[in-house]
Design a protein around this ligand. Structure first.
Ligand code: ME8
Length: 669
């Protein structure tokens, strides 16, 4: 009989498609991915679900403003979510869109189960409605403002179906008391309990004023309340009403991860909906805090969003993950700043882990020809490395416990204590000095053996947060096993066998120049925010800075990631002859060029105006990226990109030339 793993089902919120994903959405999804990876390492059969919430008035209005149908709008933004999670390489097992047919079947089923038990009735509502929160407001603040979001509410009058929420007050309070960790953190639990103790009113679960939603099962005038719809997607995603085997296997969810602003929907309405339908309840709801920007919640409505792609494309996916999890205490709010990001990156990743790993691997090459030396006999081991071994064991216990408690920042802090202890160990033992004395070969071997074991512990423990870098270091250490299936509770000191051939040393986190990197990130942010415009602080994407991936490239790998030749060969580089060049009114950094690339003459918009006049460019042979999808810069279509070096702190573009005359259209290899 194959051993059956215990299951662990966790979810992120199902994100609204009224705007594109930003760093806040990325945060919850990265946290979920980290937990999923940790639980998989611990031997669980993990299912991680995310998705998009596509119905309701918000989406209806956003689509109208964009002049497209709600479905077309939803398709576009849902696609952006899927694409982003792919680019960030998140280990998502299920993606649910609430406009899928299976969702309608599941919502109807859950609703009818509750209706059959007598928890749904028809009534009449007249009062205020908050479109932003998609909810009725029984007691608006002065001026008719919503007490949740402080935005104006709208007067509505409609016939509705109601859910008898008022009947669940006692059962909900009993649930919170009997399962104290149902709502976490503790402060949030207290808030919810106070709210429920204050009394619950029946909840309207249908709308006649909105068309964009799942129709009521036997009354087409009504659509189902968007939160009833969205919450049910946690069940649809694992087969409710569709695939009984999957459903039975994975429900109830072990964890719903959410931001604190949607706690009431998850901790009050959701369990009540499930109790009414007599379905099992999720085990835990964790409401985390917000990323703030300049002390305000980062949100689409405030327009102060930061995006994850510029960070991932500049510093790497793992750097983004590390920052999000290390900087914010899970459960509390945290302020985002690029300065803090780059300080952490340089201190903890470039100078910290990256440097330690490349030093250890390089020294094994330098002193032992790339083969891990054997430890010296037991007696001297105790003299040399026992303190480091016991620090590794202690950090292992502590970090695992922190992961289990979702204290990611603490877990990383403790793992980095082992990074510091290993650095300190090398500083004290001075392998470079031991190497000069032939009588100290055994001791040198012991020092590097111990440092490598410690590094192995570090990367295994950091794997849930740094999946890519940890895997690379793991392989550099000569490990053939899969790091993702190491049990973090049982890492053995000495598991790395003497005689193992280590890989090439590689600096995984090159030091970042703070000013230049910050400007690059900002320029890429600008580009995402205003794809048709010119970035305000750096050359536009038509001339990528040296080493910087093109802004807007959907799946550009992290700057420090290696690509295979098959990836490079996807880029079609050709010699181009500039036939004409002109300025674009109102844009002082870019020029519109007509470039002969052999079979055709292309219009290309390039950020070369800071370095060249139009006249200087005419007649020049340049390198053109010929197979780039067309894009608009300042409203002018660009069909390709001119390759240039980015020089100096401003990234001044300098075009490439050829040592000999070459015909336009010649391919570069
Ligand atoms: O609320 N800081 O969708 P939504 C941290 N569709 N996390 C943030 C954040 C920030 N500044 N901004 C957003 C909805 N988030 C509903 C959910 S679930 C059945 C339906 C994250 O697109 C956080 O997880 O507004 C928050 O709860 C979620 O995005 C809200 O996403």
């Amino acid at each position: 009989m194959p051993e059956t793993k215990p299951k662990y089902y966790l979810t992120t919120p199902i994100y609204y498609v009224n705007a594109r994903p930003h760093l806040g959405h990325t945060y919850t999804t990265v946290v979920a991915d980290t937990i999923a990876r940790f639980m998989r390492m611990c031997g669980y059969d993990v299912v991680l679900l995310t998705g998009t919430d596509e119905h309701g008035q918000k989406v209806e209005r956003a689509a109208k403003a964009a002049g497209v149908t709600p479905q077309a709008y939803a398709d576009r933004i849902a696609g952006e979510y899927e694409q982003l999670w792919k680019e960030l390489d998140l280990s998502i097992d299920r993606f649910i869109r609430t406009t899928e047919p299976r969702q309608e079947r599941a919502v109807h089923r859950l609703l009818l189960q509750a209706k059959d038990k007598g928890y749904i009735y028809k009534g009449f509502y007249e009062g205020q409605y908050c479109v932003f929160d998609e909810m009725y407001v029984d007691e608006p603040l002065p001026g008719g403002l919503c007490p949740e979001c402080k935005r104006p509410t709208e007067k509505v009058r409609e016939e509705n179906y109601y859910f008898k929420l008022s009947e669940f007050q006692d059962r909900l309070l009993k649930l919170y008391e009997e399962q104290p960790d149902f709502i976490q953190p503790e402060t949030r639990r207290n808030e919810v309990m106070a709210f429920v103790r204050g009394g619950l009113r029946d909840l309207s679960v249908s709308r006649t004023t909105i068309k964009w939603g799942i129709p009521w099962p036997d009354d087409e005038k009504h659509v189902i309340y968007v939160w009833y719809d969205a919450l049910t997607s946690y069940m649809t995603g694992i087969g409710y009403g569709d695939d009984e085997v999957q459903w039975e296997k994975y429900w109830p969810a072990e964890l719903h991860l959410i931001g604190k602003e949607i706690l009431r929907f998850h901790a009050v309405y959701w369990p009540a909906f499930l109790m009414a339908a007599e379905e099992p309840l999720p085990k835990k709801i964790f409401a985390h805090g917000w990323w703030l920007f300049a002390d305000e919640k980062m949100s689409k409505s405030r327009g102060n969003m930061q995006y994850p792609q510029p960070i991932a494309r500049t510093l790497g996916i793992d750097a983004l993950r590390y920052f999000l999890l290390r900087e914010m205490v899970f459960g509390q709010d945290g302020n985002f700043s690029r300065d803090a990001l780059l300080t952490r990156y340089n201190a903890d990743l470039a100078n910290g882990l990256g440097n330690l790993a490349s030093r250890i691997v390089a020294m094994i090459h330098q002193y032992f020809g790339g083969v891990l030396p054997p430890p010296v006999p037991e007696a001297s081991l105790s003299q040399i490395a026992v303190a480091l071994a016991s620090k590794a064991a202690e950090v292992q216990d502590v970090a695992v416990q922190y992961y289990e408690e979702f204290k990611f920042s603490d877990a990383l802090e403790s793992i980095w204590e082992l990074v510091a202890a290993t650095d300190q160990f090398l500083t004290e033992k001075k392998p470079w000095a031991l190497a000069k004395d032939p009588a100290k070969q055994a001791e040198l071997g012991e020092v590097l053996f111990a440092a490598a074991q410690s590094l192995r512990h570090i990367v295994a423990l950091a794997h849930p947060v740094l999946p890519h870098a940890s895997t690379k270091i793991w392989k550099q250490l000569g490990e053939r096993t899969d790091i993702a299936s190491q049990d973090p509770k049982h890492l053995a000191w000495g598991a790395l066998r003497p005689g193992t051939h280590v890989g090439e040393a590689e600096q995984l986190f090159p030091r970042a120049d703070k000013k230049e990197t910050s400007e690059r990130i900002e320029a890429m942010e600008d580009e995402i925010r205003n794809p048709a415009g010119t970035p305000s602080t750096a050359p536009p994407a038509a001339t990528p800075a040296a080493g910087a991936p093109a802004a807007g490239a959907a799946t550009a790998p992290a700057a420090n990631a290696k690509i295979g030749i098959e990836d490079f060969s996807k880029v079609e580089l050709r010699v181009g002859l500039v036939k004409s060049a002109e300025r674009i009114p109102g844009a002082d950094k870019i020029l519109k060029l007509m470039v002969d690339i052999g079979e055709e003459t292309r219009q290309i918009v390039a950020g070369l105006a800071v370095s060249y006049t139009p006249e200087e460019l005419v007649g020049k042979k340049v390198v053109v990226v010929a197979n780039l999808a067309p894009r608009k810069l300042r409203g002018v279509e660009s069909n390709g990109m001119i390759v240039a070096a980015a020089v100096g702190p401003e990234g001044k573009p300098v075009i490439c030339t050829f040592a000999e005359d070459v015909p336009p259209g010649a391919k570069l290899k």
